[in-house]
Design a binder for this molecule. Structure first.
Ligand code: ADP
Ligand code: MG
Length: 344
């Protein structure tokens, strides 16, 4: 009875028919669909009565990637077929060398396929395509997060997040600064603006990286083992953040080695020897249960449409949270590492 009540009560909270805070367009509506054969099942586990054709944000057919190493060809991808529904959280799993990073790099237009068809956000990605088109696709639609945080060590968290805008526009407008500040607040790093990467923990650095990846409001976040270097607590923090962003409509394609993270995804693509050998759908109720167990993600019902991820201590203290802001667990400020003295 209790279980029935809890499920009955909690279920609508994960209905995706909420209005996203970031965009007035009903981005989330598309997420009430799933690719065939499960096209009638909503992401939140709610059955949709209308059969809506899923909108694919990434499509590939018979995709091959062969690297040239000297005179030898190293086949990294050997005929991959995949369609990713807009708004889905897709994880790529597989042993080292199975082609996960190669696939992610092709989707991210960092690299181009040797053979086959690839369409990302409506643009056909192929060899010799116009640089301006590729740059535009990246700028407008794609955000990258890597395992090694790739922050610039001589720049503060704020400057790191400002970097994409500076590179794009050459100058930092007040609007761009406000945007960087908002994003750092969004990932719970609003009080660490002046900290250098060496003064931040791995989890905090990754949050700054995620803020940087969000600068251009990407439609897709491509993540290559974003929790690979993190302990379980920081992994949970990052997963809360990513799930929150996904619930707001950002499509996630994430490489991971960690099978424990599988059930936060809609779908897990298992790769082996450059091919997909298993396309695993996570049952909506399993995903929902795992997200609830992860905790700290609160999605109000239809009225609000806001996602808030709240720090445990603030929650316990009864402090009122601004629902539009994701606040994360705070950690201590570290002193900058003394690289040279450490080596002596
Ligand atoms: N730049 C490269 N040059 C040559 N071979 C590469 C390159 N990148 C990846 N490979 C090879 O392609 C295969 C797939 O690699 P990768 O996509 O990195 O796998 P994963 O991310 O699953 O570990 C491996 O055999 C790897 O050695
Ligand atoms: Mg890899």
């Amino acid at each position: 009875m209790v279980i029935f009540f809890v499920r009955h009560y909690l279920r609508p909270r994960y209905t995706m028919r909420v209005t996203p805070t970031t965009s007035p367009a009903t981005r989330n509506e598309e997420r009430d669909v799933d690719p065939p054969p499960a096209s009638h099942v909503a992401v939140g586990g709610v059955h949709s009565l209308t059969s809506v054709v899923p909108e694919y944000i990434v499509q590939m057919h018979n995709l091959h990637k062969t690297y040239l190493l000297g005179i030898e060809g190293v086949p990294a991808l050997r005929g991959v077929d995949l369609k990713v529904v807009k708004g889905h959280f897709v994880m790529l799993l597989g042993k080292s060398g199975s082609g996960k990073t190669s696939l992610l790099n092709l989707i991210g237009t960092i690299d181009q396929p040797t053979r086959g068809d690839l369409n990302v956000c409506g643009i056909n990605v192929k060899h010799g395509m116009n640089d301006a088109v590729v740059a535009d696709l990246r700028l407008q639609h794609l955000g990258f997060v890597f395992q090694t945080f790739n922050l610039i060590g001589s720049m503060t968290a704020f400057e790191n997040v400002m970097l994409p805008t500076l590179l794009k526009n050459g100058t930092a407008t007040a609007e761009a600064k406000a945007n960087a500040l908002r994003l750092l607040q969004r990932v719970g790093m609003g009080d660490r603006l002046d900290h250098y990467p060496s003064q931040l923990s791995g989890g905090e650095q990754q949050r700054v990286t995620i803020a940087r990846a969000l600068v251009n409001s990407p439609s897709i976040l491509l993540l290559d083992e974003p929790t690979g270097d993190l302990d379980s607590k920081n992994t949970e923090t990052i997963m809360r953040l990513l799930i929150g962003l996904n619930l707001e409509g950002v499509t996630m394609i994430m490489v991971t080695h960690d099978p424990n993270l599988k059930s936060y995804a809609h779908r897990c693509i298992h790769m082996m020897d450059g091919r997909i050998y298993n396309d695993e759908r996570i049952a909506p109720e399993v995903r929902e249960k795992n997200i609830l167990e992860l905790g700290g993600i609160d999605i109000p019902n239809q009225n609000g449409g806001k996602v808030s991820v709240v720090v445990d201590d603030a929650k316990n203290s009864g402090e009122k949270q601004d629902e539009s802001v994701i606040v994360m667990r705070r950690t201590e400020v570290r002193k900058p590492r003394k690289f040279y003295s450490d080596l002596l």
